[in-house]
Every structure is written in structure tokens, then in C-alpha cells.
Design a protein around this ligand. Structure first.
Ligand code: 8X3
Length: 250
């Protein structure tokens, strides 16, 4: 029987590339996001390959998360793979100049949102004694950089949650994979810099950044290993990158 995957933040970047790669691998999809028009067009595109349904909610909204996931029809309830991809950076400034609303958005989305969605899905996995959770962390969760304290903290939390989930859920047959990408060319910087395209473009200037499809490849690898293997952690850098803020630009 085809596996079912639920992907958060599925309408752009790494989420969209993962949805596309999963469809190519014959995995049925529950696409989650905040933008119904984007969910609809991705559903239409991927439905030619696999069964696709959509859920429109904001991971930061506890009520919406549980309502959406708990009301999935029976045929969609047995989720095999959860990809906790939704998350963003907001702002890049010294802690003393940080915007409290930006902090809320990062902690609520990257940490609380991941927890809410996981909480809604883990009990079913425990009941079935199987499942695979893929958490999208970042190299920012492994190394803190200047001006990024809160974003880095939110991703360090994801690192801890991946480890802790693995400790609690391994006995229930559930695998946990943590994926920590470096510089990926998505809407990430555009969101971080609040739509400032020139500033966002500069982030990827003079080197070849990772593409969302490269991260999707790593995720597909992780979810396709033999049952006896857990891919615990994958760190991906652009070839020109050796630490979050160390990039060799031409
Ligand atoms: C995105 C990678 O290095 O820009 O999570 O923080 S980095």
C-alpha cells in the first residue's frame, strides 16, 4: 500500500520540492500550508501522480492545527511520514535591536508549530507502532551566528526536539530524522528581510547555493533506507560554504 506523508509548509521551497519528490516516489500527500491558492495549484499538479489532499492552517495556531489534522477523513488518518518543514527566519539584527514580533513569529512557528503538528500526529504513529518524522532544522541550530540569536535558538530547539523525540519514540518503532541545511535558495531570505529583494539576492551572490531539490533528495534518501536503519542527522552545506556565515564567494 502506498505510504502517506504530511508535509507542513508544502507550498514553497523545501516543502514543495519534497512534495514533488515524494509524488515521484509514489507517496500519497497531505499538503499543508497557509495559502489555499498555492495548495490548490500544487494539488492539481501532483494529483496526476498520487492521491493528494490539502489542509489549510497556520502551524502557529494550536486550535487550527488540531482541528485540521483531527478531522482528516479515515483514508488519510494513517500518516506514515511527517515532514516538519514549516518555519522561517524573521529579521537579522543584534539582540538589543530585535523586534519582539519577529521573535514571536520564529519561536511560535519553528518551535511551537513543530510541536503542535507533531502532537497531533504522534499518537497515531505510537498506536500503529510505526512512522517516520523528518524535522527541518538548520546549520543555524548547530552553530550560532551574530545577529541571528533567536533564529539560531529556534533551530537549536529543533535539534533538541529531534534528539528527544528519537529517545522517546524509538521504542515505538518510529524513526526521527533531523535535516540541517545551510544556504538554500528559497524565499527564506526574502521573508527574513521582509520583502527586500536586493538584500535577499545578496545572500546568494557569488556562489552556488543549495537548491530545494537537493534537500528533498536527502529527505527521500532518509525515508527510503531499510527498516533496520535510521538516518538520524544530515547536514548539507553549499559546496562554497563551510559554516553558516563562512561562504567562499567569487
Ligand atoms: C538557513 C541557513 O545559515 O542562513 O537556516 O541560517 S542559515
Amino acid at each position: 500500500m502506498a505510504r502517506i506523508a504530511l508535509i507542513t509548509g508544502a507550498t514553497s521551497g523545501i516543502g514543495k520540492a519534497t512534495a514533488t519528490a515524494f509524488a515521484d516516489a509514489g507517496i500519497n500527500l497531505i499538503l499543508c500550508g497557509r495559502r489555499q491558492d498555492r495548495l490548490d495549484s500544487l494539488q492539481e499538479y501532483l494529483s496526476t501522480k498520487v492521491a493528494v489532499t490539502t489542509l489549510n492552517y497556520d502551524v502557529r495556531n494550536k486550535v487550527e492545527v488540531f482541528q485540521a489534522i483531527n478531522t482528516l477523513p479515515d483514508e488519510w488518518k494513517n500518516i506514515d511520514i511527517l515532514v516538519n518543514n514549516a518555519g522561517n527566519a524573521h529579521g537579522l539584527s543584534p539582540i538589543q535591536d530585535g523586534d519582539v514580533d519577529d521573535w514571536d513569529a520564529m519561536i511560535d512557528g519553528n518551535v511551537q508549530g513543530l510541536l503542535y503538528v507533531s502532537k497531533a500526529i504522534i499518537p497515531g504513529m505510537v498506536e500503529r507502532q510505526q512512522g517516520h518524522i523528518v524535522n527541518l532544522s538548520s546549520v543555524a541550530g548547530k552553530y550560532t551566528y551574530a545577529n541571528g540569536a533567536v533564529y539560531c535558538a529556534s533551530k537549536a530547539a529543533v535539534e533538541a526536539l529531534s534528539e528527544g523525540m528519537r529517545m522517546d519514540l524509538t521504542q515505538h518503532g518510529i524513526k526521527i530524522t533531523n535535516i540541517a541545511p545551510g544556504a538554500v535558495e528559497t524565499e527564506f531570505s526574502l521573508v527574513r528581510f521582509k520583502g527586500d529583494e536586493a538584500r535577499a539576492q545578496k545572500v546568494y551572490e557569488g556562489f552556488e547555493p543549495i537548491q530545494p531539490e537537493d534537500v528533498a533528495d536527502a529527505i527521500v534518501y532518509a525515508i527510503n533506507t531499510p527498516a533496520r536503519v535510521t538516518v538520524a542527522d544530515i547536514v548539507l552545506y553549499a559546496k562554497a560554504q563551510s559554516a553558516p556565515t563562512v561562504i567562499h564567494r567569487k
